[in-house]
Design a binder for this molecule. Structure first.
Ligand code: ATP
Ligand code: MG
Length: 394
């Protein structure tokens, strides 16, 4: 139908102006939200528990002036001492309770060709868990969906510049990783963010001129070379990968000491795990010298007590017994809600649902992460034995 006086050019111009206004309002809102959102505050009992001492000990050291005067928050008519994770780690350093640090950096990827299995959720929670323990962590987001990046409060186009992802260090110069590292609200965690344009990095890597290719080295090893520039600053590098096996995921596998594969116990995910292992086996034989993986573990996620899940869990046990972590992460609304709000369970001050459900969820997450950290310690110890002293970080 023809409508007289219809001016598409004017209409589109108006829409684009309104869209720009909407974007700028949205950005202002996101900026405010990011600035307001801090780490949770804990009372002295909880802070002491995380540090691994008693609250009397902390009070004593504060009284002696060994520790800085804590912040206080008014609860009813009382001023209570409060501490966040950054302050807790500061106290650890003052009390010299950060001694059992590794002498090398372990690199770990969460990987699975299947989407929605918990790669990003567990990458987020493991990095927070390790930082809570006082370890220095670099989180590298290799997924153009950038879910992990936004969970750290960084938003593509707002506080991430066009070249601030891992791309340039893979396609131009490994040292450019230094420019893409961002600080987060966790003092112990830095982040290399992702954004949608990472989609093109695979293609760009394959398009490189011959002389660039020679200068930059073999395609699958680019990420490892970039990480080598900064690994001495960190105890642990946690990488999140997209649910696809492109050049980014291949680079992640070639850079990893440990592969953690979250898997949900349902038929389709089990079927895709078979394909994943077949591809991994091919990769490992094609790139024998490029891989440094020393640990491969499967983490059962989103489990429930239905008969079907139980049957599948026992089948998974039979097939992959020695690779399976002993602990698993049950399906829980608390995790779903937290990640929906771009937070981890460790960042929640007041649980959204029943407190008991929250405590169960965080308990399960803690046991999973403690088990993963045992494996990380194995990698650290192996590196300690293998490396000459000058190759280790302090
Ligand atoms: N144990 C769990 N209980 C409840 N919800 C969970 C659990 N683990 C993950 N989820 C939810 O499942 C969804 C997918 O999780 P996540 O983003 O971590 O998966 P993913 O493997 O990274 O997915 P993708 O491959 O698409 O990046 C999220 O909404 C997350 O909150
Ligand atoms: Mg993900």
């Amino acid at each position: 139908m023809f409508v007289s006086g219809f001016d598409l050019a004017q209409l589109a111009e108006n829409a684009s102006q309104r869209g720009r206004q909407l974007l700028s309002n949205l950005q202002a809102y996101l900026e405010r939200d990011y600035e307001q959102r801090g780490l949770p505050d804990f009372g002295i009992e909880k802070a002491a528990e995380i540090i691994g001492c008693t609250s009397q000990h902390l009070r004593g050291k504060e009284g002696d002036g060994v520790l800085p005067t804590p912040r206080t928050a008014r609860v009813g008519s009382l001023d209570r001492r409060v501490y966040n994770y950054n302050e807790i780690n500061e106290i650890r350093r003052h009390l010299k309770r950060d001694a059992s640090r590794p002498t090398s950096c372990a690199r770990l990827i969460f990987s699975n060709l299947k989407g929605g299995v918990g790669k990003t959720s567990h990458a987020l929670h493991l990095s927070h868990y390790a930082a809570r323990e006082g370890f220095h962590v670099l989180v590298v987001d290799l997924d153009p969906q950038a879910t992990l990046t936004t969970a750290f409060g960084l938003i593509p186009g707002l506080n991430i510049g066009a070249d601030d992802d891992i791309g340039p260090s893979l396609t131009a110069n490994p040292e450019l990783i230094l420019q893409s590292i961002k600080r987060t609200r966790w003092n112990e965690i830095d982040l290399v963010p992702a954004q949608l344009s990472l989609q093109y990095t695979d293609w760009q890597m394959l398009q490189a001129r011959d002389d660039d290719r020679q200068r930059l080295g073999p395609l699958p090893q680019r990420l490892r070379q970039a990480l080598d520039q900064v690994a001495h600053r960190y105890d642990l590098i946690v990488m999140d990968t997209p649910p696809a096996l492109g050049m980014l995921s291949l680079n992640a596998i070639a850079a990893a000491d440990m592969i953690l594969m979250p898997i949900t116990p349902n038929f389709y995910d089990i079927a895709s795990s078979v394909q994943y292992f077949a591809i991994l086996s091919q990769l490992a034989s094609t790139y024998v010298n490029a891989l440094r993986v020393r640990q491969l573990s499967l983490l059962m996620t989103r489990t429930d007590s239905s008969p079907e899940t139980r049957t599948n869990m026992s089948l998974l046990n039979q097939a992959y017994g020695e690779f399976l972590l002993t602990n698993r992460m049950p399906q829980t609304r608390e995790l779903q809600r937290a990640t929906g709000d771009q937070m981890s369970l460790y960042e929640i001050e007041v649980p959204r649902g029943a407190r008991e459900t929250y405590l169960k969820a965080i308990d399960a997450m803690n046991t999973v992460n403690a088990e993963i950290m045992q494996h990380v310690w194995q990698v650290w110890r192996t590196a300690e034995i293998a490396l000459p002293v000058e190759g280790q970080h302090g």
